[in-house]
Design a protein around this ligand. Structure first.
Ligand SMILES: [Zn+2]
Length: 150
């Protein structure tokens, strides 16, 4: 059994629906068809997927586990990443990180991504793929802040 199928077996129907809608298109064609085969096995077609997403499994929100705000799954991946984006934000936390950087100490932050639907809960380095126009805006913003600081 392949790794992706292994992962899918651990998902409930709601999670699988969100996965199919949001994350499926990010896989390579070969893997996509493998996933689609599995969806058929689980009896999920397009209209059922839409219905499951519309239902919104809010009943899951009763506990206090950390959940994805989009699909409510608790299958969230956290990676500690070295925080490189010290020049792009405003706030006390950002200032501290900048000073730590000067002292040669790296700052670590959590990069948090939903494993089911691919939603970015926390994106400290702004690695999430952005639409081009938005990306350009970030570059300009970084540039403006850079000017202000010097
Ligand atoms: Zn999610």
């Amino acid at each position: 059994m392949s790794r992706v199928k292994n992962f899918l077996e651990g998902l409930d129907d709601h999670e699988l629906a969100y996965f199919a809608k949001f994350k499926l298109p990010t896989y390579m064609k070969v893997t996509q068809s493998e996933i689609k085969e599995y969806l058929v096995e689980r009896n999920l077609n397009e209209s059922k997927i839409d219905r499951l997403i519309l239902e919104n499994p809010k009943s899951k929100l009763g506990d206090d586990r950390e959940r994805c705000p989009r699909c409510y799954s608790d299958k969230i991946r956290k990676d500690k990443v070295e925080w490189t984006n010290t020049g792009g934000g405003i706030g006390i936390e950002d200032e501290v990180a900048t000073w730590d950087g000067f002292g040669g100490r790296a700052t670590y932050k959590n990069e948090v991504i939903c494993n089911v639907c691919g939603f970015w809960l926390e994106d400290p380095n702004q690695e999430r793929p952005l639409p081009t126009s938005k990306k350009a805006l970030y570059v300009i913003w970084d540039f403006v802040l850079g000017v202000l600081r010097h």
